[in-house]
Ligand binder design. Structure first.
Ligand SMILES: Nc1ncnc2c1ncn2[C@@H]1O[C@H](COP(=O)(O)OP(=O)(O)O)[C@@H](O)[C@H]1O
Ligand SMILES: N[C@@H](CCC(=O)OP(=O)(O)O)C(=O)O
Length: 387
């Protein structure tokens, strides 16, 4: 392990200039098992209602919220009367299936107190690594947000096998922040933040208030977790690095601190804030352009070029002159002008074969031409970056 770092090792500018979290518009909040189940004693319904009350206050200020909740295994263990986290995957799956029932019920009734709908989404790794399913997950979550529903996400523990597990919900939270291009990821845990050493083992450990998400020194001081969850601080710092790829900042925050969420988003410097190295917009563009291979090219007419470059619009089939290459729905394509100059990249809503049929046609004709309609755009502007 590297030398422990203290708050004093963090550059001064990073300690003083804390960006305003009150400017957040889309936030992913992940809550860990120990916190949710009161260290394994069963779901802490009072605490859950307290977080939901704070979240609803944020939502009422116009912030879009996505919740990632752990605790299915921990709650399943309580319901089944098991005192130790099982090792066998089948027992873990069984505990998760039992516990998930209580978990969603608890969240749903807490949001209902405020007349707000919530929705359960169980994701596997494949849902986020397979391009087509990635787009589907993104569209479904976006639709829920547009409807004012709060998505409640967990890993689909009962169907995943060891090799394909996210492994911990910190990673899942970061991938969801990437998927939805959230501006802030909050990892709510049982400690007030990241310390210079594990405070359970070192009483002199100091809270690190701010740092860079990719700083290896921070990863070196982050240790394992407790008996209930999986990740510990290591996966939280690693998750901050993943979230930073699409420009999100991460806060590791103590869920037992009074009104922690409310105070954090009122710009009180609570917890540990981990910042991306780049401006969010640059990071987001690099992420979209860099994490996928281009599978084809769409050649656009002058009207479509203007719509994308000047007006920030989606790409409609009517503006496409030619479709090159072979691609499936959800893959990355490059858009060029008629001179072959690349202008934008994006995730396409239709396969190459379908796009060839749609090129030059109005969106009203999609259903007639294909026999179904996925979306009126070939590339939605949320899935497009102008280069
Ligand atoms: N440097 C550190 N700073 C704070 N906590 C740490 C550190 N290293 C290890 N930990 C441990 O990580 C635990 C939180 O991780 P974990 O149990 O996985 O929580 P969660 O269920 O919220 O994901 C803390 O209780 C603490 O003992
Ligand atoms: N999907 C698992 C997540 C386990 C997990 O990552 O726990 P934690 O480290 O407490 O966030 C569950 O619900 O138990």
């Amino acid at each position: 392990m590297a030398a422990p770092c203290s708050a004093a090792d963090i550059p001064h500018s990073l300690q003083t200039e804390r960006p305003r979290l009150s400017a957040s518009r889309r936030v992913v909040i992940k809550i860990g098992s120990a916190l949710l189940t009161n260290d394994g004693q069963g779901l802490d319904l009072l605490a859950i209602q307290g977080w939901v009350d704070q979240l609803v206050a944020l939502k009422n200020q116009g912030v879009e919220l996505i919740l990632v909740t752990s605790g299915s295994v921990a709650e399943g263990m309580v319901r089944l009367g098991w005192s130790e986290r099982p090792k066998s995957i089948h027992q873990l799956q069984a505990a998760a299936a039992v516990g998930q029932m209580g978990l969603v019920q608890a969240w749903e009734s807490a949001f209902k107190q405020h007349g707000i709908h919530s929705a359960q989404i169980l994701l596997t790794h494949d849902d986020l690594s397979n391009r087509k399913r990635y787009l589907n997950a993104r569209s479904a979550l976006q639709t829920l947000l547009d409807l004012g529903v709060v998505p409640i996400i967990n890993e689909n523990d009962t169907v995943v096998t060891d090799e394909i597990r996210f492994g911990d919900n910190d990673t899942l939270g970061a991938l969801v922040a990437n998927l939805l291009e959230a501006d802030t990821l909050v990892l709510l845990t049982d400690q007030p933040g990241l310390f210079s050493a594990d405070p359970r083992k070192d009483p002199h450990a100091e809270l690190i208030q701010q740092g860079r998400a990719h700083d290896p020194a921070l990863l070196a001081v982050a240790g394992d977790g407790g008996a209930l969850g999986r990740g510990g601080m290591f996966t939280k710092v690693r998750a901050a690095g993943l979230a930073a790829r699409s420009g999100a900042r991460t806060v590791i925050l103590g869920g037992r601190t009074e009104l922690a969420l409310r105070r954090l988003f009122a710009d009180e410097p609570l917890g540990t804030l981990l910042l991306p190295d780049e401006e969010p917009i640059t990071a987001r563009k690099r992420w979209l352009a860099g994490h996928l291979q281009e599978k084809g090219t769409l050649v656009l007419d002058a009207g479509a070029v203007r719509a994308l470059q000047k007006e920030g619009k989606s790409l409609l089939p009517v503006g496409v002159r030619e479709v090159r290459g072979r691609f499936l729905r959800g893959e990355l394509v490059v858009c060029t002008n008629e001179q072959g100059q690349p202008l934008a990249k994006g995730l396409v809503n239709y396969s190459a074969e379908e796009a060839r049929l749609l090129a030059g046609q109005s969106s009203q004709q999609i259903e007639e031409l294909l026999g179904y309609i996925e979306a009126p755009e070939l590339i939605h502007r949320d899935n497009l970056v102008v280069i």
